[in-house]
Ligand binder design. Structure first.
Ligand code: 9MG
Length: 283
């Protein structure tokens, strides 16, 4: 059920083996690469590198979701992401994902060529269910407790993994009632979004429980505080921890891994694949 091909607009994407989603933030304030790719040409170069390195999806965000991030007005977000999506769509044969929680941005981004909607608010904002239903692309429903500005204040759960599985199961039902078939959905526990360090690692340990939802699982841990705080490492020193988390996620069933360091992650996943199926190992 989870090893399927998903249709991302006009591009099929096989999830038979875990796919790497490269991150392209077109924001001046993102936590890990903040501001580096706001320049248009620089953004396209970064996409070219990520595609060459083996990313099969590029996730473009125009509003930072890091803890404490400020809201961005709709027109500003549109101005940041739509031209970049149009340019990538014209130049590269890659699946484009739009990281947004705004209905109008979802609609315009898909029109411009996005093949996945990645919503960290799981379509809870006004108009998003309708906007997403009117497209034909897959939608990633991510869990977040609270809002980016305050979410790390005091996250509380009865059972972190089961509470999140239940939340996502409820969102799947809401989607179905609003005309979004289950087959179009991808699920994501939302590492770092309203979770303590211990809750994040419990969730990682128990990731296989998301299989019960019967949908592809997306995981984003790359360079996050759950790596930095555990290792006492600055953002630029989090590669080894991020790779370990990517491999654990893949072993526990993740089909899409959202990362900054595409080449290193692709290499690590190739080693995992060879160890899992030595008969397929080739030089
Ligand atoms: C936009 N964004 C930042 N972190 C993320 C994560 O873990 N998952 C998804 N789907 N999107 C994310």
């Amino acid at each position: 059920m989870n090893n399927k091909i998903i249709q991302c607009g006009n591009k099929p994407l096989s999830l038979a083996v875990p796919q790497v989603m490269g991150i392209l933030n077109v924001t001046p304030d993102s936590f890990s690469d903040g501001g580096k790719f706001t320049n248009f040409e620089h953004a396209l170069k970064q996409v070219e590198q990520m595609v060459t390195d083996g990313a099969s999806i590029i996730d473009i965000g125009g509003e930072s979701t890091r803890p404490g991030a400020k809201d961005v007005p709709e027109q500003e977000e549109l101005d940041r992401v739509v031209p970049v999506i149009e340019a990538i769509s014209a130049r590269f044969d890659t699946v484009i994902s739009v990281d947004t929680s705004k209905a109008q941005v979802m609609a315009e981004a898909v029109r411009a060529g996005a093949g996945i909607i990645n919503d960290v608010r799981a379509l809870q904002n006004e108009g998003c269910l309708t906007a997403a239903a009117q497209t034909n692309v897959p939608i990633c429903l991510m869990h977040m407790q609270g809002l980016p500005r305050t979410m790390q204040a005091n996250p509380t759960y009865n059972d972190v993994t089961q509470d999140i599985v239940t939340f996502i199961a409820e969102r799947i039902e809401v989607c179905k009632k609003n005309g979004i078939e289950k087959e179009r959905l991808i699920v994501d526990p939302g590492f770092g979004f309203g979770k303590t360090l211990e809750q994040n690692y419990r969730l990682l340990n128990e990731l296989a429980q998301f299989e019960a939802l019967g949908l592809p699982l997306l995981v984003g841990i790359s360079r996050k505080s759950m790596i930095g705080n555990l290792l006492n490492a600055d953002v630029e020193q989090r590669l080894a921890g991020s790779l370990a988390a990517a491999l654990i996620s893949a072993q526990k069933g993740a089909k899409i891994i959202r990362v900054h360091d595409v080449k290193a992650t692709v290499d690590a996943l190739k080693v995992l694949a060879a160890a899992e199926q030595p008969e397929l190992a080739r030089g």
